[in-house]
Design a protein around this ligand. Sequence first.
Ligand SMILES: CCCCCCCC/C=C\C/C=C/C(=O)SCCNC(=O)CCNC(=O)[C@H](O)C(C)(C)COP(=O)(O)OP(=O)(O)OC[C@H]1O[C@@H](n2cnc3c(N)ncnc32)[C@H](O)[C@@H]1OP(=O)(O)O
Ligand SMILES: Cc1cc2nc3c(=O)[nH]c(=O)nc-3n(C[C@H](O)[C@H](O)[C@H](O)COP(=O)(O)OP(=O)(O)OC[C@H]3O[C@@H](n4cnc5c(N)ncnc54)[C@H](O)[C@@H]3O)c2cc1C
Length: 638
Amino acid sequence: MEGVGEEEMEGVDHLAHERNKSEFDVDAMKIVWAGSPHAFDVSDRISKLVASDPGFRKDNRSTLSRKELFKNTLRKAAYAWKTIVDLRLSEEEAAKLRFYVDEPAFTDLHWGMFIPAIKGQGTEEQQQKWLPLAYKMQIIGCYAQTELGHGSNVQGLETTATFDSQTDEFIIHSPTLTSSKWWPGGLGKVATHAIAYARLIVGGREHGVHGFIVQLRSLEDHSPLLGITVGDIGMKFGNGAYNTMDNGVLQFDHVRIPRNQMLMRVSQVTCEGKYKQSDVPRQLVYGTMVYVRQTIVADASCALSRAVCIATRYSAVRRQFGSQNGGPETQVIDYKTQQSRLFPLLASAYAFRFIGEWLKWLYADVTQRLQANDFSTLPEAHACTAGLKSLTTTATADGIEECRKLCGGHGYLCSSGLPELFAVYVPACTYEGDNTVLLLQVARFLMKTVSQLGSRLSSKKPVGTIAYMTRVEHLMQCRCGVQRGFAELSADLVEAAVAHCQLIVVSKFIEKLQQEIPGKGVKQQLEVLCNIYALFLLHKHQGDFLSTGCITPKHAALANDELRSLYSQVRPNAIALVDAFNYTDHYLGSILGCYDGNVYPKLYEAAWKDPLNESVVPDGYHLYIRPLLKQEIRTARL
Ligand SMILES: CCCCCCCC/C=C\C/C=C/C(=O)SCCNC(=O)CCNC(=O)[C@H](O)C(C)(C)COP(=O)(O)OP(=O)(O)OC[C@H]1O[C@@H](n2cnc3c(N)ncnc32)[C@H](O)[C@@H]1OP(=O)(O)O
Ligand SMILES: Cc1cc2nc3c(=O)[nH]c(=O)nc-3n(C[C@H](O)[C@H](O)[C@H](O)COP(=O)(O)OP(=O)(O)OC[C@H]3O[C@@H](n4cnc5c(N)ncnc54)[C@H](O)[C@@H]3O)c2cc1C
């Protein structure tokens, strides 16, 4: 490395003056962020374990070819498993370890969808047979629902599962090109088994889409089983990024599986060929998606806080303009424009943390009720998971991109960590349900509720997240004709769905503040952030609030003044508020966001490590540059 002194690289905390300004107990805030002292302890321990182990190094991803990248992911997944087994980590610790390894891999689908699908939709007997194998990773599973021709429209899937009573088997078949399974993560190169979704046909009658456990590859030599065609679907957006995942294509050619491999908690097929439906609602076939949507909401705050941490630290390091008498220039974080873009994202990260916590509670509650055959809160749970998944992933993906811009030119470097973070995160707006399609589900739920408010026949009072509807006078009087005009009004209804979800986020943030929150100044900081979150939304949508007469122009102006004052209150605490996320430099993966703020020497050093700088004169000079310079281009072999 040229031109950088040792002392500039090591030991100096360039953000110490910022940390000294903070007005609250950062360690107490770390516990609030983690959720509990126990959660903090696990997260802190495991993140440090991963960061200190060279086996989990990740700084070379953007320079590897797809094949090298994928092999490296396989190595890391195997190494992570060995670490989990050797250290006898608990399930909670193991999940944290996979999280901090921070590389999309087949294991996400195995633990995140395959196992939950068996748990949620399998019978006791099926769980006893399959879960021990899956827990020990003696089989590796994926979730194969989406097809080339249909993703959002699950009822439109074309794969068939026809019952053969002669052999007591299902025949799984892909009748068309568009029925090829397409996208499932882990399917392309790794999974030995899939939960495959197919239209059930018994005795010539169709019974809709159901899940089946299908073995795909030999457990001896990994070759595809008879009738299975399987492979990877190819490179995806961004270098490195989600290309560590083997999203796959799969065709079935009359593949036979035993009858007991249909997931039979919701409905059953007997050996005589009788189709039986349990008392539970059919929608439970979609249960795994509800579970994963809830985990995606919980994870949104991690991705957003990571980007915000990088942009905040760098904004305190970066200086532009404003030097007085040869003194230092202004830190860009002191510009009001920078604050008005950055601090609402900081507030959103905290808001999403708490909404994720609340949604976990809601999901646990609905699961408990379902077990007791109480299905009353299922529609609300579906609407909340779908709507909040849509809201938080859209805001997080947009927020990561905004953080990149907040870091100016250096944000565009891979070493800022932000391009890869965006590329890995942005498909969350599509997978587990396209965000618009999911908002339409929320709109449908809201319209149904409104129509019931207007109906004299219904004695149901809205409760939970829709309880507020009884307080909105014009909704109470509404004879809802919207159901008929739903498609025509869908663009507006989607906006209403977003507003409904924002209301949930704001009210759960306020509820959080009503709890006891220990630690000097911690609650005050959270109050400031909560007010920023709410007022920023009000400011952004002031046109809607004004046009509906909910606020006056004077209110709008006051809100904006207040927002500016809140930004000034956050400013001295900004670095401490991102320190409270407790991210290691390994997890952040960003030179701009490194804890000590010593950005420039690290950027300089990293540039020299780029493979292009391995030689001073580049490969290709003699073929393409020299002939150009020597005006010999016509004779050169191009
Ligand atoms: C810590 C571990 C983390 C792991 C995370 C791993 C992440 C790895 C990354 C990626 C993995 C990605 C995986 C995938 O993408 S899997 C595929 C996901 N696919 C989708 O999400 C498809 C989206 N489409 C749907 O969900 C549905 O088809 C639909 C909801 C859009 C429409 O369904 P349809 O059958 O047409 O239903 P209707 O509209 O007719 O509705 C009927 C009725 O049912 C209600 N309803 C719909 N869905 C649900 C549900 N999930 N739960 C409960 N109820 C549901 C719907 O509201 C209607 O109700 P009604 O109005 O009262 O009649
Ligand atoms: C990275 C990644 C990983 C994935 N992993 C898996 C996996 O592991 N397993 C799996 O089964 N699947 C997986 N998927 C597939 C994913 O679930 C689907 O892509 C997703 O559900 C969206 O469906 P689609 O692709 O059919 O989009 P489409 O429905 O074709 O969407 C295209 C456009 O049409 C619009 N649209 C669609 N329907 C309507 C409507 N009714 N009204 C208004 N607008 C509409 C959408 O808003 C969107 O703008 C993955 C996808 C990605 C990108």
